[in-house]
Design a protein around this ligand. Structure first.
Ligand code: 5RP
Length: 230
């Protein structure tokens, strides 16, 4: 089965956790897109839920699917967020931000009573870090911020290079919040919490893509079936 079918299977399984009246955080990326589309089918069949999107792309998808939308200002406490991930490890720490939406994704996840990550089995890893860690930074002073981010990683025991994310046209990638992304290639993150604390202390860093203590459940779809990790 190809990864996209597995992503859809994981998304379909997450629907089992959705109850009428729930306030839902809607994630970003190709796996979360399946969830939004499948949720739309349920909504059109009569399910009443409200969604808070984690990106402008997801807002457009959810609107097209007919999902009623809200904002965190109107709906500050959510019941459940369903989102994808770039990597997820035992203990349910995760790397997110491959799609550049990590800041809103983390704010929405933190406002949710429960976060479920949906993924195909390629995202499940023994140790985080093979996927370059996205770090959202303010555009002002990005050169010294990049140096400080690399120093923070080295101090946390995982030296590596931070590259400014660019569009296919070669421009700096700009997030929905108007920030840049540094992709921090580390190979392996031996102590995610130590790295998270070091990165959070760098002036110019808005947020990083380490999700620690936020994911309650992971739905992992593989060739052998679906596995649920809690
Ligand atoms: C976006 C994300 C995505 O959830 C992550 O990149 C996974 O994407 P996909 O489901 O397309 O593999 O964090 O910022």
């Amino acid at each position: 089965m190809n990864p996209d079918s597995l992503k859809r299977e994981a998304a379909a399984r997450a629907l089992d956790f959705v109850e009428p009246g729930m306030r839902l955080g809607l994630g970003t990326g190709s796996t979360a897109k399946h969830f939004v589309a499948l949720l739309g089918e349920r909504v059109r069949a009569g399910l009443d839920v409200v969604g808070v999107p984690t990106s402008e792309a997801t807002r457009a998808d959810a609107e097209a699917a007919g999902v009623r939308l809200s904002t965190l200002d109107e709906t500050p406490a959510l019941d459940l967020t369903v989102d994808g991930a770039d990597e997820i490890a035992p203990g349910l720490s995760a790397i997110k931000g491959g799609g550049g939406a990590l800041l809103r994704e983390k704010i929405v996840a933190a406002a949710s009573a429960r976060m479920i990550v949906i993924a195909d089995e390629t995202k499940w890893v023994a140790t985080l870090g093979r996927f370059p860690l996205p770090v959202e930074v303010v555009p002002f002073g990005v050169a010294p911020t990049r140096i400080a981010v690399e120093a923070a990683a080295a101090a946390a025991g995982c030296p590596g290079r931070a590259e400014l994310r660019r569009t296919r046209e070669g421009h700096a990638f700009v997030t929905d919040g108007g920030h840049f992304i540094l992709d921090l290639a580390l190979g392996r993150i031996p102590d995610p919490l130590a790295l998270a604390e070091r990165l959070a202390a760098v002036p110019g860093v808005v947020e990083h893509g380490l999700f620690i203590g936020l994911v309650r459940t992971a739905i992992i779809a593989g060739a052998a079936g679906i596995r649920i990790e809690n």
